[in-house]
Design a protein around this ligand. Structure first.
Ligand SMILES: O=S(=O)([O-])[S-]
Length: 132
């Protein structure tokens, strides 16, 4: 099967359009009240790996619906005048998500290059997430 655009092409296009914040720089932004870290991973990943303290959990599948104020699923946090720093496990989902959010018009979006893996390697703080 040959796809018109595979995941590598999608990621390359996204990376050209979005802002990528390297994990060490992202770690330096942790605790800044203007910056909201948005965790796009699945709940099971959070429970297994932990998360960035204070991160807002938005499963990737709900992103567009939580951002859009016209959606019945809208989350007011996305209407706040914050910088939104998306992250996932390794930076792929967050790149595509940041591109989509940017295309929707959400201001101040960027993503953490290398995701939670790079965050941990950079010595960023983490906290456990209890299973439900
Ligand atoms: O989280 S991911 O970058 O592996 S899609």
């Amino acid at each position: 099967m040959t796809l018109a655009r595979g995941y590598k092409a999608l990621l390359e296009a996204a990376e050209r359009e979005i802002v990528t914040v390297p994990a060490p720089e992202a770690a330096a932004l942790h605790g800044d009240a203007e910056v909201l870290f948005v965790d796009l991973r699945d709940r099971r990943e959070l429970e297994r790996e932990g998360r960035i303290p204070g991160a807002f959990h938005c499963p990737r599948g709900m992103l567009e619906f939580w951002i859009d104020p016209d959606s019945p699923y809208h989350k007011p946090v996305f209407a706040e005048p914050r910088r939104f720093l998306f992250y996932c496990a390794s930076g792929w989902r967050s790149a595509l998500a940041a591109q989509t959010a940017q295309q929707m018009g959400l201001p101040g979006v960027a993503h953490v290059g290398g995701g939670f893996t790079a965050w941990r390697e950079a010595g960023g703080p983490t906290e456990p997430v209890a299973p439900r």
